[in-house]
Structure formats: structure tokens, C-alpha cells
Write a protein that binds this ligand. Structure first.
Ligand SMILES: Nc1nc2c(c(=O)[nH]1)N[C@H]1C(S)=C(S)[C@@H](COP(=O)(O)O)O[C@H]1N2
Ligand SMILES: [Mo]
Length: 342
């Protein structure tokens, strides 16, 4: 049996007694009393004043902090209300699968996680750190502290907890290329594994991936309307449910990419290599596949699989000759959807 190392891969200890500040520096200036709401897909929506929240049963917990920028701080002592007690009070509906945390901050900063992961990790709605009230710069009067995830999943200045059926990516995850799972032990830092933070953030801020080698990119659910990915190497990329309206993938390598349920309306896929790519459930109206290579690509379920048809109509541009590379079920589906003779 091998013992787990103390630090996750490629992390280093912060200087003793030091706690770096990352992200926003202060909550939103607002005269209204601070409340924390828990709503969305729950039977009993809640809204606590800070006093009411503090009056709930509190516990102390020792938590290791791992920042995605590679510093860690072990054994930090927090006090607060277990997140699970708030969830129990609100009684989630069965369809509630994701939780969005929103901050009382200038940009209404947010982050999200699956509800099941949160319940398993047992985070704290924290008021105190090492026996003192949390400093405002570190999220006081109240922040999330989620163990077992990079620290960007721990929202400062908690104001709203919303339960959702589908994930709503947070600020860093949606716009800056941060990984949506954020497990430090699996080193899930950025959606592109082999690039550094500044490079990844720059690519996503400018929505310009053109010509980049982004093998295995993880962009499920991301808002990437108008993305420029001309000529990008996107083998095995994951774009499930992503907003890719008007995206430009001309000449890109999308082989074996996952684009299930993505919104690709008006996207340009001319001359792309889309062999083995999965477009099931994607919206492909107005998308242009002229010249793209589609060997083994899927647009609908194969016989025996649950239905998951792409949205295709005569505005989708696929040439009859391209269909020959597809399985019989795919060919039948596309001929019908495109209005081509059978
Ligand atoms: N409201 C809010 N919460 C936030 C952020 C932020 O910018 N705004 N940054 C996140 C990030 S990226 C990190 S690493 C931690 C940093 O917390 P700290 O400044 O207390 O170290 O807060 C997270 N929570
Ligand atoms: Mo961070």
C-alpha cells in the first residue's frame, strides 16, 4: 500500500503563517442587510440573516487549502455551519443536481459544483478562521470552504445558493479556462492540461484558439459563442452542451471530439476533420460541414441506444457524398433530416 503524499501534485507550501489573497479583494458596497438565500429547485426556499445563520449549529473543521496557482496551506482551522444543514432545511427536489454559489461582490462572482460532490465533501459555511472572525479580504463575514477541491470552488462573501437541474458554470470556469471539477489530487487545474494559466486564460478571454494544439480540451458547458478555432488541434476535445453558436472550426481537427447537445447553430466546420466526432443532440441548424471528413461521426443514436437526435434541417450543409463514410443508421437519419433523396 502506498501512502498518499501530503501535497497534491505540483503544489508547494505557502510561507508559514501566510495566506495569499486571490481574486476579488472586497465584497460589494451595499447598505442592505446581509442575507444568505438558498433557493432554486427546493421545497422550502430559505433566507437567513447573518445572525440567523450564525445561530445554526456550528462545528470546527481542519481543512487543507490548495490554490490552483500552486500554493497550499495545510491544517487551516475554520468554524461555521455545515453546508449540509442548510441543504436539509431547504429540502432539494429530486431534479436538483447542481449548486451555484453567488457572491455579494462587485461582479456577482460565482462558482458551481454537483450537489452529490458537495454532500460527499461536506463543506463549511465558514465565519471564523483560527479562532477569529474571517477577515473581509478572505471572504468575511461568511464564505464557503470546500475541502478536496482547488480553492476557487470556495466562494468568498456568500449571498446566494441556488439549486439547479443543469450546471451553470462559474466565473473562472466559464470564462477563464479553469477546470470544472477542480480535484487537486487529479491535478484538474485548467481545461488545457499542458498549458500554463496565463496562456489558457488569454485563449479563453479572447475566445481565440486558432492554430493551437489543445488535445483533450475540457470545455463542457462553456459559453464560447463566436469562438475562433480555425485550424486548432482539438482531438478528443469535450464540448458537451457548450454554446458554440457561430464558432469557426474551419480546418480544425475535431476527431473523436465530444459535441453532444452543443449549440453549433451557424458554426463553420468546413474542411474540418470530424472523424469519430459525436454530434448527437447538438443543434446543427445553419452549420456548414462542406468538405469535412465525417468517417465514424454520429448525429443520432445507433439502434438500441436511447434517442438523441441532432437538430438538422435543410439549412445544415452536408453534401450527399460525405454521407458515405457514415453508418447506415446515421445515413438514414441525415438523409431524412436534410431532405435528401433516400
Ligand atoms: N467572491 C469571490 N470568491 C472567490 C474568488 C473571487 O474572486 N471572488 N476567488 C476564488 C479563488 S480563485 C480563490 S483561489 C479563493 C481565494 O481565497 P483567498 O483570497 O481567501 O485566499 O477564493 C475564491 N473565491
Ligand atoms: Mo484561485
Amino acid at each position: 500500500m502506498t501512502e498518499r503524499p501530503v501535497l497534491p501534485p505540483n503544489q508547494a507550501l505557502a510561507a508559514p503563517g501566510k495566506w495569499p489573497v486571490v481574486g476579488e479583494q472586497a465584497p460589494r458596497a451595499d447598505d442592505a442587510p446581509w442575507t444568505v438565500a438558498l433557493d432554486g429547485l427546493v421545497e422550502a426556499p430559505q433566507r437567513w440573516s447573518l445572525d440567523a445563520l450564525r445561530a445554526l449549529p456550528q462545528t470546527e473543521r481542519i481543512i487543507d487549502i490548495h490554490c490552483v496557482t500552486r500554493w497550499s496551506k495545510l491544517g487551516a482551522r475554520f468554524e461555521g455551519v455545515p453546508f449540509r444543514l442548510l441543504i436539509e432545511a431547504a429540502r432539494p427536489r429530486p431534479e436538483a443536481r447542481f449548486v451555484s454559489f453567488v457572491a455579494r461582490s462587485p461582479r456577482a462572482h460565482s462558482t458551481s459544483m454537483p450537489l452529490a460532490d458537495l454532500l460527499a465533501l461536506d463543506p463549511l459555511v465558514a465565519f471564523r478562521y483560527e479562532g477569529e472572525e474571517l477577515a473581509a479580504i478572505h471572504g468575511g463575514p461568511v464564505r464557503m470552504v470546500v475541502p478536496g477541491r482547488y480553492f476557487y470552488k470556495s466562494l468568498k462573501w456568500l449571498e446566494r445558493i441556488e439549486l439547479l437541474a443543469e450546471d451553470r458554470l462559474g466565473y473562472w470556469e466559464d470564462r477563464m479556462g479553469y477546470h470544472n471539477r477542480a480535484d487537486p489530487w487529479a491535478e484538474e487545474r485548467y481545461v488545457v492540461r499542458h498549458l500554463d494559466r496565463r496562456t489558457v486564460m488569454g485563449l479563453f478571454e479572447r475566445r481565440d484558439l486558432s492554430g493551437q494544439d489543445l488535445l483533450g480540451l475540457l470545455a463542457d458547458g462553456m459559453g464560447l459563442e463566436g469562438l475562433n478555432a480555425r485550424g486548432a488541434l482539438l482531438r478528443n476535445a469535450q464540448f458537451r452542451r457548450a454554446d458554440l453558436r457561430g464558432a469557426d472550426f474551419a480546418g480544425a481537427n475535431l476527431s473523436n471530439a465530444h459535441l453532444e447537445a452543443a449549440d453549433l447553430r451557424g458554426a463553420n466546420l468546413r474542411d474540418a476533420d470530424a472523424e469519430g466526432a459525436d454530434f448527437r443532440g447538438a443543434d446543427l441548424r445553419g452549420a456548414d460541414f462542406t468538405g469535412a471528413s465525417l468517417f465514424g461521426a454520429s448525429f443520432c443514436a445507433e439502434p438500441g441506444q436511447p434517442a438523441m437526435d441532432a437538430r438538422i434541417d435543410p439549412s445544415t450543409r452536408i453534401e450527399a457524398a460525405q454521407l458515405e463514410k457514415l453508418s447506415p443508421a446515421q445515413q438514414d437519419f441525415l438523409r431524412r433530416a436534410l431532405g435528401l433523396p433516400g
